[in-house]
Design a protein around this ligand. Structure first.
Ligand code: F6P
Length: 322
């Protein structure tokens, strides 16, 4: 694979806090290395429509602390067709671009693999609040989303205690319970419901009522959206255990806001490393982190495996909620 002298970057799929920090690192590392860098608007849709601008150091000034993505994002149906991908490839080649950094989640990486199959070098940077990408301990945006959820749980706890009520807090995570598990442990939830595990209303109620019996004033259930809908859980808890419930659905609130320092640093490392990898002639890989170390697993291998929740954390959540 030849070393590129001109590359592009796009953000795709659901936005995540820290995507801008990753973009900034991609651009600044490219400038540092003396190569040209193009920003693509609207994810893969922008590639197809050739919506790109050449970026420089000041194109990414003052975005490190901003949530969202200045390149905008999209989930592209057209890129799923081979005609769409051909147009995207033609746009890249037409501008003399020889490598691409894709910042996004699993859907975005499937698109990246399709480009690789067409012979175009791509590096993936995992950016999704869900943290559901195999091959990395953390994805960009997860830490911020968890902190947002914990802040909400802290506030809800005040009202839960004052009124001696049960609150059901629904967090994001259509297919994965990473946010629910982390926010539930950090927020001291009595019950955590994740899509990876079955849910048993009787067991949920047993845990809640045993908490009440030992004098707890507030009860908090954290539920991932993919495990159950919070309103259904609330109705079940009221009819089965007779508890007064209230529901909070955090939804897209968790996707916005200024990224935490952790996410900014992770994003900066990933963005810079993705450019360095392309310049070393490497592609088809993802930037990841294992412990403190950057790693570069194969994109294809990351997509082939469903990332598992840490069984130790699952067990801990049960132990702490007795
Ligand atoms: O993948 C990130 C995520 O926020 C999921 O947790 C959630 O289910 C989904 O995106 C929501 O997608 P949309 O923004 O298209 O409603």
């Amino acid at each position: 694979m030849s070393v590129p002298s001109s590359i592009a970057v796009l953000t795709s799929g659901g936005d995540a806090p820290g995507m801008n920090a990753a973009l900034r690192a991609v651009v600044r590392r490219s400038v540092y290395e003396g190569i040209r860098i193009f920003g693509v608007y609207h994810g893969y849709n922008g590639l197809i429509r050739d919506e790109m601008i050449e970026m420089n150091v000041s194109s990414v000034s003052d975005i490190l602390h901003r949530g969202g993505t200045i390149l905008r994002t999209a989930r592209s149906a057209e890129f799923m067709t081979s005609a769409g991908r051909d147009k995207a490839l033609a746009a890249l080649r037409g501008r003399g671009i020889e490598g691409l950094v894709v910042i996004g989640g699993d859907g975005s990486f499937r698109g990246a693999l399709e480009l690789m199959r067409l012979g175009f070098p791509v590096m993936g940077v995992p950016g999704t609040i869900d943290n559901d990408i195999e091959g990395t301990d953390y994805t960009i945006g997860f830490d911020t989303a968890v902190n947002t959820a914990v802040e909400a749980i802290n506030k809800v706890r005040d009202t839960a205690t004052s009124h001696e009520r049960t609150f059901i807090v629904e967090v994001m995570g259509r297919d994965a319970g990473f946010i629910a598990l982390a926010a539930g442990i950090a927020g001291g939830a009595e019950v955590i419901l994740v899509p990876e595990e079955g849910r048993d209303l009787r067991e949920i109620c047993r845990r809640l009522t045993s908490g009440l019996r030992r004098g707890k004033l507030h009860l908090i259930v954290v539920v991932a959206e993919g495990a159950a809908r919070a309103y259904d859980v609330a109705a079940g808890v009221t009819s089965e255990a007779g508890l007064e419930t209230r529901v909070i659905v955090l939804g897209h609130l968790q996707r916005g806001g200024t990224p935490t320092a952790f996410d900014r640093i992770l994003a900066s490392r990933f963005g810079s490393a993705a450019v360095a990898a392309l310049l070393e002639g490497r592609a088809g890989l993802m930037t990841g982190v294992r412990g403190d170390q950057l790693v570069f697993p194969e994109l294809e291998a990351c997509l082939a495996v469903r990332k598992r929740l840490d069984p130790e954390l699952l067990k801990l959540a049960g132990i702490l909620a007795i």
